[in-house]
Design a protein around this ligand. Structure first.
Ligand code: FE2
Length: 133
């Protein structure tokens, strides 16, 4: 990584931290902790494996399309998912651990406060199905 790339990366990191300080995070972040604590998956990767499923099931497809195509430059959500999966591999989590993670977030109102749509166990299961498809 060049000094300029490192500087850009650090600026992006600071901006992300400022945004999180104001808004908090959403579902992929909440789901990531079990994967990190129980399976030792690094935090960024643990969040990343839930992103494409989160976007797939998000309640506003216009907003998702804007993020995926306009902001991130992918042709579609499948291309974004494929890219992330190439980087991180398939989600490797036991059924028991996944249910603990899924049911834990659904039972925690603080983890759901930034998500404006209905969230169910079936929706969260679809996150994993979509990512690993
Ligand atoms: Fe984080």
């Amino acid at each position: 990584m060049t000094d300029d790339e490192f500087s850009t990366f650090m600026q992006a990191s600071v901006l992300a931290g400022m945004a999180i300080a104001y808004t908090g995070t959403s579902i992929p972040h909440g789901l990531s902790y079990t994967l990190t604590y129980e399976n030792g998956v690094p935090h960024g990767k643990a969040v990343g494996v839930f992103l494409s499923g989160f976007l797939k099931k998000y309640g506003d497809s216009t907003e998702v399309e804007y993020v995926v195509k306009q902001l991130l430059g992918f042709d579609d959500l499948d291309a974004f998912r494929d890219y992330i999966r190439t980087l991180f591999g398939k989600l490797d989590m036991s059924e028991e651990l996944w249910k603990k993670d899924r049911d834990g977030i659904l039972a925690n109102p603080a983890k759901l406060k930034n998500y404006p749509f209905e969230l169910t166990a079936d929706v969260l299961d679809d996150y994993v199905r979509y990512y690993n498809a």
